[in-house]
Write a protein that binds this ligand. Structure first.
Ligand code: DOR
Ligand code: ZN
Length: 427
């Protein structure tokens, strides 16, 4: 057995301890008061914070089809650098992931590259057209755990109802991109004062909330496990509270950018800030933050959406929606919750690792840092100032909305089943 010692770590930012990893089996072999100095490899972690590897329920890795902007390999590099050991990549590729062999190919590529477990999300409708359901059963048998037409909403209520019934029968998660498309035609910014001032066509909160309300009632009546992608409004938070109080099986995610940024950023018409759903107002960001703290929103998911500069450095209306997220999310969450004193590292582990793993029933992710558990881990230095620059990202694209912003928490190392997938010292 080959061993690795991570000495002088603080699991969840708590007391200092030492961890011995069995690299051969990829599990934690021992946790102890004394440093493990006889291991094959010994790392002094300098009292840094150790968390379970992060799990992102929502990324876009663009393969197949747009490998010029991201691939499963570059996306895995970005994930590992951001502290992730598992990601779910959305189906809006070209071709769309709407058949078992396509989903299997995504998973296999991720495993061959080996930096991160890349789980394919299957589409709900064939070709993302919103007309015919995909073979949810067949895809679930080839390992697909979550289905989504993300990028588009399943608007047709009858199709959504059938999808909910099939998803229930096969015990998979349905993830909805809530946007009533009839209400967002030509919309590029949150409908409010800022859009009016800038002369941009507005996207009302109602376009999201009306779908959330409908879907909550559908889930109440037809069952299944419903997940809401990128919740963005105060009203959505209220609807989630209503649904959860009724015992309806809904979960929800919020993106780092909807927590940290608002439509004030649009003042310069910079296409980097165009995203679906759009950046909203301070009261929405505040409601989402409180909801994450009280559990009405379950997880943080990045919606990592790489785009080339030819699609971002253009007039705001013509910019493609989407922002990078994998390499900045931990730093953003740390800033908003830990640095501010509103929550601790246990909370970060919960919303960025444990809850997503639980929702998707990943048995080897989001686990406690204990003997016998898989060694999927991330080491974080909470006080290592760094500045975000798009052109320094591992991602193939550079469309970060945090250009030139300084953060204090930095990922130092990531391990997937005991094998190091990112090392800041070597980057
Ligand atoms: O901003 C977004 N970009 N929102 C989505 O739902 C899709 C994503 C993309 O694929 O670029
Ligand atoms: Zn989406």
């Amino acid at each position: 057995m080959t061993t690795l010692a991570l000495n002088n770590v603080r699991p969840y930012g708590e007391d200092v301890t030492n961890i011995l990893i069995d690299v051969t089996d990829g599990v934690i072999d021992a946790v102890g008061e004394n440093p493990f100095d006889d291991a094959d490899e010994v790392v002094d972690c300098g009292g840094n914070v150790l968390l379970p590897g992060l799990v992102d329920m929502h990324v876009h890795l663009r393969e197949p089809g747009r490998e010029d902007t991201e691939t499963i390999a570059t996306g895995s590099d970005a994930a590992a650098k951001g502290g992730f050991t598992a990601v779910f990549t959305m189906a809006n590729t070209s071709p769309v992931i709407d058949q078992p062999f396509l989903a299997e190919a995504v998973w296999t590529k991720g495993q061959e590259y080996g930096k991160c477990d890349v789980y394919p999300v299957g589409s709900i409708s064939q070709g993302l057209k919103g007309e015919q359901l995909t073979e949810i059963g067949l895809m679930s048998r080839s390992g697909v755990r979550m289905f989504s037409d993300d990028g588009k909403c399943v608007n047709d209520p009858q199709l959504m109802r059938r999808a909910i019934e099939y998803a229930k029968a096969h015990d998979v998660v349905l993830a909805q991109h809530a946007e009533d498309h009839r209400m967002t035609e030509g919309s590029v910014a949150h409908e409010g004062e800022q859009a009016a001032r800038l002369g941009l066509r507005g996207w009302p909160r109602l376009a999201e909330e009306s779908i959330v309300a409908r879907d909550a009632i559908m889930t109440r009546d037809y069952g299944g496990r419903y997940h809401l992608c990128h919740a963005s409004t105060e009203g959505t938070v209220e609807l989630l509270r209503f649904a959860k109080n009724q015992g309806i099986d809904v979960t929800a995610e919020v993106t780092p950018h909807h927590l940290m940024l608002t439509d004030e950023k649009l003042a310069t018409y910079d296409g980097l800030f165009r995203v679906n759903p759009p950046l909203r107002e301070a009261r929405d960001a505040e409601a989402l933050k409180q909801a994450l703290l009280d559990g009405n929103v379950d997880v943080v998911a990045t919606d990592h959406a790489p785009h080339g500069s030819e699609d971002k450095c253009v007039e705001f209306e013509h910019a493609k929606p989407g922002m990078l997220g994998l390499e900045t999310s931990l730093a953003v969450v740390h800033r908003i919750f830990v640095e501010s004193g509103e929550a601790d590292w246990r909370f970060v582990a919960k919303v960025m690792s444990e809850r997503p793993a639980e929702i998707l029933r990943l048995e080897d992710q989001g686990r406690p840092i204990n003997v016998g558990e898989p060694a999927n881990l991330v080491l974080v230095d909470p006080q290592s100032p760094w500045t975000a620059h798009g052109d320094e990202m591992a991602s193939k694209a550079s469309n970060t909305p945090y250009e030139d912003i300084e953060f204090s928490a930095r990922v130092v190392g990531t391990w997937l089943r005991g094998t190091q997938t990112y090392d800041a010292k070597k980057a």
